[in-house]
Design a protein around this ligand. Sequence first.
Ligand code: ADP
Length: 627
Amino acid sequence: MSSVSVRPWPAAAALLCLSLFVALCLSPERAGAVERSRRGELKRVLVLHSFGREFRPWSEYARDIKAGLEAQSPWPLDIQEHALLTARFNNPGPEAPFVEYLHSLYQGAMPDIVLSIGAPAARFAQKYRARLFPNTPLILSAVEYRLIDRADLRDNDVVVAIRNDFVAAFDNILRLLPDTKSVAIVIGASPLEKFWIEEVKRELKSFDERLELVWYSDLSFEEILKRASALPPHTALFWGLMSVDAAGVAHESDIALRSLHAVANAPIFSYQEPFFGDSTVGGPMHLVGETTSRTVSAAIGILGGADPASIKYEPIGFGVPKYDWRELRRWGISESRLPPDSEVLFREPNIWQRYRWQMLLITAVFLVQAGLISGLLHERRRRRFAEVESRERLTELAHVNRYSTVGELTTSIAHELNQPLGSILTNAETAELLLKANSPDLDEIRQILADIRRDDQRASEVIRRLRAVLKKTPFEVKNIELNDTVREAIGLAKTVADGRRITLTYMPFQTELHVKGDPVQLQQVILNLIINAMDAVSDADTGKREVSVSTLRTGHQAEIRITDTGPGIAAPDLENVFDPFFTTKPQGMGMGLAIAKTIVEAHHGVIAASNQLAGGALFTIRLPMAR
Ligand code: ADP
């Protein structure tokens, strides 16, 4: 009889190979984790999600908790995650196969801790813990305290619950928008959402008088979008939850909220931080950070050997109210309406904050430019002031000079006045004699009276011209006709010329020459040049004693030429004749031509001295024609 003897060594080796094979088959990470666990370091965490890994708000809690665990754990962690898809459905499907799957997965390799995120996951964990992980500590996180099955809590359970305060959330809407008449509540149709519909209705009883609550729980999301785009005024939207709509369509992540925000014609409010930042106005809300820090510290404590029963937390209420600046602006909500301790986020930087350096640079350039401009303006004012000053001085000097010029004319003027006055006297005496006759010749007397009037006018004309040239007036620019202005000056000089037996001729240009200028000052210049010319002619030994004045037009300029038959100007003196105090005359002052030059230049003109080929000096004045 043969017997089969089983040798202990090959049997043990086969068992070891089998267990290794099973471990490797599970997954490469698990195999690695098992390996590290053997080294006594690795901690295994099982995370149970409620609807799916990307379902807000829980996805945000889960991400934060995982990051916190990884950052704070002194041990290497093996985090396994499973999502409870069955919670999405209105009629939860059979959970048994999922439970069995988990059972076979973790049997013999129990996690060190089980972490549920959200209410459906908490309920599942409580319900199946006896079968799946009877002695493993359980942390029920991010779950509203009303949804915890308190009767089924064990000693190695830790609850990190939150407390929804719908009254505070709706108070916030009325605080920000006191005219709100109705609030449309966006909520899905999963069992969890149905629970909340009843809870919210109960909690908001006190608002019955002030607000009309419109429930969108029996609408497809498509229909909700349609309604939200055409809401009546004074309506707000309240984003509850949208995991599964009435049509049975699941809405992952925050895509649903974003599409609502894109079409809604009313502001959207919510009480969950994970929904804040893109679409909602804000207010008091659950802050992820608080739940995370409690969950992480509980988990690390338990993994380090702490007794779960010793870790007790009160439900976490809403945190400090937060508001989205962009939404406040969009809906015209004044920041003065916000509660005093609130935080306003997402402020758009103004142009100064955004382009600080560029703006500072531009401002600096502006300031420098403004400084330069004001400096230049100041300089310009000073220059103007100086110009006015110098013009006044010029006027005064010119006036004094006119006196001296006219002084030179005194003898001839007296002579010119004497002549008509003498004629008047003779004529008056003759008329008296005629009147003594028995039958006076009235025609003769009439003739004599006409002569008297003519002589009187002649005398008056001399006095008028004299007064005109001597009057003290400020520099005054007028539109003048140059031919007439020159003629007037000639009129004054004529008698002097006659007295000195000098032929003074004048040839005006055939058409009028309009220039802008001060007639008195221009006459002074002409008079000065004529007197100088007469002086030169008087000194000359030549027989011809002639001074001629003419006006003409060259291009856009009017020209006055004064020539004489004198000896001309000595070549080296040509450069100096316009210098102040330059004179070759024993009694001369040497100021006449210097003043003439200043006056002409104040008229934007030029004055030049030269000698004629035939002898004698030629003075030319050019003035711009008036437009
Ligand atoms: P003043 O008549 O007191 O000398 P002006 O400035 O009028 O002063 O003239 C300066 C000098 O220019 C005169 O002394 C003279 O030498 C010269 N001058 C001016 N006009 C003539 C002229 N037509 N012919 C020759 N020399 C002249």
